[in-house]
Design a protein around this ligand. Structure first.
Ligand code: OFO
Length: 173
């Protein structure tokens, strides 16, 4: 059994992961409406991943006899002006998620909650990878240039990155 404080904090994390899933789904839909198919594929996959991150916490809480709550999701934005602005928002959100995971770990350490500490290690690694991925995408967009003339190339690049991610997932990396 985990503490009340930890239960509350994990439920907040559920809400954050759920928000990310909806935000990325909204981004996928916007990309689609702009003809950016590669970016839409990438964001759809990210949205799915965030849902998995959320469900993983449900599963864990059930294992430790804590009550996981389905979150109320705040309205996410629907328009993102350019892929660069959109990925800047993604990167910022991932940084927020990382901070939140670190706060959870702090609570687990303070409470000698080794079980939750162990559970959170997966998220620490995941966030490191996610931040790195989003930063490298932003670097690429900056290199190519975010203008109507280069949108086609940006979209192709993001689609290629998505393919690599799908292949890595299939290999279990
Ligand atoms: Fe689950 O927040 Fe991104 O990875």
């Amino acid at each position: 059994m985990i503490s009340k404080k930890m239960t509350k904090a994990l439920n907040q994390q559920i809400s954050l992961e759920g928000y990310a899933s909806f935000l990325y789904l909204s981004m996928a839909s916007w990309c689609d409406s702009e003809g950016l198919e590669g970016c839409a594929n990438f964001m759809n996959r990210q949205s799915e991943e965030e849902r998995e991150h959320m469900l993983k916490i449900f599963e864990y809480m059930s294992e430790v006899d804590a009550h996981a709550l389905t979150p109320a999701i705040a309205q996410v934005p629907h328009k993102f002006s350019t892929p660069q602005k959109m990925f800047e928002m993604v990167y910022q959100h991932e940084q927020k998620v990382t901070k939140s995971i670190h706060s959870l770990l702090k609570i687990a350490k303070a409470e000698n909650d080794y079980t939750t500490e162990n559970f959170l290690q997966w998220y620490i690694m995941e966030q490191r990878e996610e931040e790195n991925l989003m930063r490298s995408i932003l670097d690429k967009i900056k290199l190519i240039g975010d203008s109507p003339m280069t949108l086609y190339y940006i979209d192709k690049e993001i689609d290629a990155i998505n393919d690599l991610e799908v292949k890595a997932d299939a290999k279990g990396e």
